[in-house]
Structures are given as C-alpha cells and as structure tokens.
Write a protein of this length. Structure first.
Lengths: 256, 247
C-alpha cells in the first residue's frame, strides 16, 4: 500500500525535526560554550518581549475579571472573584496565552533571521570563520527561549493579577493587600508548579521549531517568509499539544 | 596525488559530487600551484561553487580526494578543518556579511574565533590594515546595509584577508557589480596576489575578470575538467566546448 505524498512529507519533517532536536542536546553539552551569545539572546528574546507580554497580561487579567463578575454574581459568590481569576491565570490562561504571544514574536523572528542568514550564506561564512553555527545560532537561541519564557510567564501572571485587582475595583472596593491575601491563600503548590514546569517545554518547543524552520530554509526570500510563517503556526500548535499532555500528566499525578 | 604538480597547494583528484541522481562533478581533477590565480570557468549551474565548497569542507563529495596545503580535507576532523580554514580565505558570492554586526565586528569575528589569544591592539591593527587594503577605512563603524554592493564586496574581501590566508577561494567575485566596480574588484584580486603572494581559485564567467585575473583557466564541462591552459591559448582553441566562453 502506497502512503499519500503529504503523509510521507509529514513523516520526513517529523524525522528531520527529531534529528535536529537530538543534535541540539548533543551540541548543548559539548564545549565550546557560547556564553556571551547566550546572554545576548536572553536579552533579545526575554527583555525585548517584556512590553508586549506585560500589556497583554494586564489586559488579560482585567478582561477576565470583568467577564467573570456577572456569572459569579448570579451564583452569589462575587467575593470569590480574585480566587477564580487567580486560578485561571496561574494554572492555564497565563502560561498558554503568554506562550502563544511569545511564539508569534520569537518563533517568527528566529525563523526569519536564521532563514535569511541561510540564503545569504552567512551560516556558511560562520563555519568558514571557525565557528560552529549550530552552537552559535541554534543552541544559544533555544536555551534562551527555554529559560526566558518561564520568567516572562511569571511576570505576566503578576501583571495579570494586578490587572484583575483593578478590574475588581471597577465595581467594588478591595484593597491590594486583601486581594493578594485571598489569591495566595487559595493557590496551592499543585496549582503553581505544574504550570511553571510546562512553560519550560513551551519555551523549548518555540525555540527549537523557530530554529529548525529557519536553519533549513531554502528557495530564497520566498523560503524565508515561508519559514517564518510555518515557525509560528507549528510552534503555536505545539503549545496546545504540550498543554494537553501536561494536563493529562498532572491529572494522573493527582495534582489537579 | 599522481600527476599533480609538486608545488601544488591544492590538489583535487577525481572528485565526484552528486545531488540525488544528478552528477554535478564527475571525476574532476585539477591542481592549484603556489602563487597562481586559477580561474574555474563554466556555465551557470555547472558545479563551480560546489567545487570550492568541497575544497573548504562546506560540502562533502561522494568520492575523490582533496589535498589542501598538504592535508587531506576529507579525512580531517572538526579541529583539523578549522585549522585549514584559518589558512584558506573564502569570498562568498553574496558577500555573506553578518548584517547584525558592524563592519568592525564582521572583521573581528573570524579573528576572535581562529586567533584566540590576539590582543586588542593587534586586532585593531589588522582590521585597519585590511580595511585600508580595500580602501574603506572610513566604514569601520558602519552597518553592511549602509554600504553599496561594491563596498560590501570590498568589506567581504577585507574579512577574507584578515587572517592573512595562504589561499583564497573567490566565488564569482564580480557577479552583480557594474563593469567599473567589477574591474576594481578584479584589480584588487591581482593586487592581493602580488602583495601577499596568495594562491587563488576564482570561480567566474565574467570574461573580463577572467582575462585580467587568470594565470591559468580550468574549463568545467559536464562536471569534468575539460581543459586547463592560459587565457590566450584557450582563446585560440577551435574546440566548441571552449570557444563558447570566448565568443
């Protein structure tokens, strides 16, 4: 029986991505370590994403609070508004929305940058210059993306909760201290830790897919555009798939 | 290495390179003598760039041998290849300047990688020397995007020269340049050969560049080295495979 071409292509792509990921781990542990370039990427990937992540986090907390209030009022549990919002943000919405925005910003920029470096022979020039381009370009970006997303999610969660506090106060009167007292009294270890751990996987997937698409770009400038686009699409999809797996694992471990 | 000249700095023997079923280089054999400029002449897509990418280890051929400065390139490990690459410069067709770095950083990059213990003063001296050689000392802090095509080519050439290579591989150095800038680059290639006693393989089908720069020409036809001779001798040839380039 002959498989359809699209299925064969999908299998090829999956195999190539797996080999690329294996190579990442292989190069990650082998010297020489590109510390300066890694720190530069942490700055570019993490720090420069802060304004976007902060604004979206703030709006997310505010809107969620405003939307939830009527439902909670109808059940007579308006006082639980900070708790409900905090649980939703910390456990699910914060990590997933932040990861999706991060994928849109970082995966596409990595895909386009490495893609254009590939088609203009800059990656070959790097190799000729005595540099391992995979280590210099891919390892540093993926490591930075893996470590920076959890930090961004924590910041985004904090800003979201502040947005929620403002949302609560649009039609109520709660002090900041009372709001956060309610939030931290409710949040359990099992709410925070699994959500935090999965962000490392989100960051890794976003970084590795962006790098894979860019590093294997071809067909000139058209290929660069296609790499950037498909980096965003595939990494966003991966965020949802990892989230689904993470939820199943936390459920099995009884952390839900 | 049978049949190669004793003063050859590069000896390529029966090189075969395929992409899928397509044979690009078919038992290609040629040598580059010390101090000469050898032009590889061939039609677009005939495998000229593939040839020099095999020489520097950016592509791996299916069979054959490549000997560069006494080292068998195909048997070298990563460190061995790095060592050879510090002695062989490569000028890319698209210049391949790092567009996120300034001109200074572009020139510093190969030095930082190959010469790990170089101090700041020596590094700056080398950068300024390389930039003065190509007449662009004033561009030190400019970004590649601020430079014209000809200036980018010169900066790429300066980056190639920064490690004082014994051999330089030029991949279509005049492609995409106007005739005047093309002539300037060709003269620069000749100057470099005379000043630094470098040996070079130049990939080109720009016949003005070929005439000015070549000591010998290797004609690449159907993946094989069809003929090797001087410009004048090849121009006199009545063979249509050779003649087509000179018409």
């Amino acid at each position: 029986m002959r498989m359809p071409d699209s299925f064969n292509k999908y299998l090829d792509e999956t195999g190539a991505t797996s080999r690329f990921t294996y190579r990442y781990f292989h190069e990650l542990v082998r010297p020489r370590y590109e510390i300066r370039q890694f720190l530069r990427q942490c700055y570019l990937i993490g720090y420069t994403s802060l304004p976007l992540i902060g604004i979206t986090g703030f709006i997310m907390g505010l809107v969620l609070t405003i939307q939830l209030r009527p439902s909670l009022i109808s059940y007579g549990v308006e006082s639980q508004l900070p708790v409900m919002v905090a649980l939703a943000i910390v456990r699910e919405i914060g990590p997933v929305i932040t990861a999706l925005i991060f994928a849109g910003k970082i995966s596409s920029s990595i895909g386009a940058e490495l893609g254009s470096m590939k088609v203009t022979e800059q990656i070959d020039a790097m190799e000729v210059s005595g540099t391992n381009p995979f280590k210099y370009l891919v390892v540093t970006r993926v490591a930075a993306s893996t470590l920076m997303l959890p930090v961004l999610v924590m910041i985004s969660d904090a800003i979201s909760l502040y947005g929620s506090y403002l949302g609560v106060n649009i039609r109520g009167n709660t002090s900041l201290r009372l709001f956060f007292f309610q939030v931290f009294q409710t949040l359990q270890f099992g709410d925070v830790l699994p959500a935090f751990i999965k962000t490392f996987f989100f960051g890794f997937a976003i970084g590795i897919i962006g790098c894979y698409k860019g590093y294997n770009s071809s067909k000139g400038t058209e290929g660069v555009g296609r790499s950037a686009n498909s980096a965003v699409v595939v990494s966003s999809l991966m965020v949802f798939i990892i989230d689904l797996i993470a939820v199943q694992i936390t459920d099995i471990l009884g952390l839900n | 290495m049978e049949g190669h000249s004793s003063d050859a700095v590069i000896a390529i023997d029966k090189l075969v390179k395929k992409f899928g079923e397509k044979v690009v280089l078919n038992e290609f054999t040629v040598d580059l003598k010390r101090g000469e400029n050898l032009v590889v002449l061939g039609r677009s897509g005939s495998g000229k760039s593939v040839l020099i990418k095999c020489v520097i280890g950016l592509m791996r051929p299916e069979s054959g041998t490549i000997n560069v400065l006494g080292e068998d390139v195909l048997s070298l490990d990563h460190d061995g290849l790095d060592n050879i690459r510090s002695r062989v410069g490569f000028l890319f067709q698209s210049n391949a300047l790092y567009d996120s770095m300034t001109v200074k950083q572009n020139l510093e990059f190969p030095m930082r990688r190959h010469l790990k213990n170089i101090d700041f003063k020596e590094s700056m001296d080398r950068i300024m020397d390389a930039l003065e050689n190509v007449g662009l000392a004033h561009t030190l802090n400019m970004m590649p995007s601020e430079l014209s095509g000809g200036m980018q080519k010169r900066i790429a050439l300066a980056r190639t020269l920064i490690l004082n290579p014994e051999i330089i591989l030029y991949d279509e150095p005049t492609t995409g340049l106007d005739p005047i800038t093309g002539k300037e680059i060709t003269l620069l290639i000749k100057d470099i050969q005379e000043k630094y006693k470098t040996s070079s393989i130049i990939i080109s089908h720009d016949m003005k560049c070929v005439k000015r720069a070549a000591d010998r020409i290797a004609v690449l036809v159907n993946g094989s080295c069809y003929a090797v001779d001087t410009y004048d001798n090849l121009k006199r040839s009545s063979d249509p495979n050779i003649n087509q380039f000179f018409e």
